[in-house]
Design a protein around this ligand. Structure first.
Ligand code: NAI
Length: 402
């Protein structure tokens, strides 16, 4: 019997939904590169329901209990008296979502003597100290591709929201007023701008494809260059450095994982490469950016806007400066947890668990760490080391606002 600890975000403030806005939740047949959607033997949830909050339990309880395992579900994840810390000593598997990450630091991994696997229900396993997982021979897996396109949609939305100055204009409507000049004095067309993505993996490439019809000039950098045919199809300009990309782009979108190579890649120094009035979109990870350097760049007008949904740590402190900095279009971390995406990653977690318990190999594309080293997609996209430093600050968040 295995103990599975699953850390999920809280239910909605009005309780777990009894009904939904739509009756169905359309899904693609396959991902764009041909990868199949998750293939568990069965699922015990209705697609399109809220699975990522504590009452949704990722649809796992029936399956785990029928196989004699124990499932502990909690949203209590930060601070020494958290339920997560209490349950860790005999946990075999820990599951969490990046939206409400269980920070699996070296200290926690040391405490979890029986831990064999850490699963990210989503994409992005930087909340786990990958170095410590490698040293303890713990498998780390994520549900590759499950929400890459969901995030790409959020990126395109965020670019338009900033460039068109949507939020201040919407606020004029809410406050009962009507001042066109006020709305448009920061509003531009995206058409003809230069847009660059830092990383052109599953999300970055999708963003480039979605933006192509806007008649923008498309730029990218990545440690792996795209095939020539793709570069030609999308008329892409490849850059070998952030400096060369940022110098020519009006909009920069970050789509690389957080790992020691990319931590704080946007900082006081690298922001100097950006054009005055550039927009920066970050739906990848909060810690790719130096928090205070972003605030200063917005306050001085060097950046015209910043948008995204990722913060560090998560949840961010109630007085985190990104909540109140000028010209931002931030949301809590939601882009990859639409009901559509939850359906896919809950099924993907079930597939990973079935493989684990039945002694079958976990798909290579889901692996981040295995056998004491980076593996599968992890070897392609991450670097060794640890990016969880400072995550204990998440304990400072207080649920003061309903
Ligand atoms: N906001 C959200 O809800 C979500 C955010 N994400 C974030 O987006 C990231 C990317 O996701 P995918 O595109 O699906 O992953 P992916 O693995 O397909 O792509 C990552 C790309 O980053 C590149 N890369 C890695 N290190 C780099 C570096 N130092 N410089 C330049 N390029 C580098 C890799 O070569 C790869 O092409 C995730 O790791 C995660 O942090 C992912 C899903 C949901």
């Amino acid at each position: 019997m295995a103990k599975v600890v699953c850390v999920l975000y809280d239910d909605p403030v009005d309780g777990y939904p009894k009904s939904y806005a739509r009756d169905d939740c359309p899904q693609p047949a396959r991902y764009p590169d041909g990868q199949t959607l998750p293939t568990p033997k069965a699922i015990d949830f209705k697609p399109g329901t809220l699975l990522g909050s504590v009452s949704g339990e990722l649809g796992l309880r029936k399956y785990l209990e029928a196989n004699g395992h124990q499932l502990v579900v909690t949203s209590s994840k930060d601070g020494a008296d958290s339920v997560l810390d209490r349950e860790l000593p005999d946990a075999e598997i820990v599951i969490s979502q990046p939206f409400w990450p269980a920070y699996m630091t070296a200290e926690r991994i040391a405490k979890a003597k029986k831990l064999k696997m850490i699963v990210t229900a989503g994409i992005g396993s930087d909340h786990t100290d990958l170095q410590a997982a490698m040293e303890r021979n713990i498998t780390v897996a994520e549900v590759t591709y499950c929400n890459s396109n969901s995030v790409a949609e959020h990126v395109v939305m965020s670019i338009l929201i900033l460039v068109r100055n949507f939020i201040p204009s919407h606020q004029w409507v809410l406050k009962g007023g009507w001042n066109i000049a006020d709305c448009v004095s920061r509003s531009y067309d995206l058409e003809a701008m230069s847009v660059g993505t830092v990383a052109a993996g599953r999300i970055g490439l999708r963003v480039l494809r979605l933006l192509k019809p806007f008649d923008v000039k498309l730029h990218y950098m990545d440690r792996h260059r795209l095939p020539e045919a793709v570069e030609q199809e999308l008329s892409l300009i490849y850059h070998t450095s952030l400096e060369s990309l940022a110098k020519v782009c009006d909009v920069v979108t970050l789509n690389c994982p957080l790992h020691p190579e990319t931590e704080h890649m946007i900082n006081e120094q690298t922001l100097k490469y950006f054009k005055r009035g550039a927009y920066l979109i970050n739906t990848a990870r909060g810690k790719l950016c130096d928090r205070d350097a972003i605030v200063r760049a917005l306050e001085s007008g060097h950046l015209a806007g910043y948008a995204g949904d990722v913060w560090f740590p998560q949840p961010p402190a109630n007085d985190h400066p990104w909540r109140t900095m000028p010209h931002h279009a931030m949301t809590p971390h939601i882009s990859g947890t639409s009901l559509s995406a939850q359906t896919r990653y809950a099924a993907g977690v079930r597939e990973i668990l079935e493989c684990y318990f039945e002694g079958r190999p976990i798909r290579n594309e889901y692996l981040v760490v295995q056998g004491g080293q980076l593996a599968g997609v992890g070897a392609h996209s991450y670097s060794k080391g640890n990016a969880t430093g400072g995550s204990e600050e998440a304990a400072k968040f207080k649920k003061t606002v309903a």
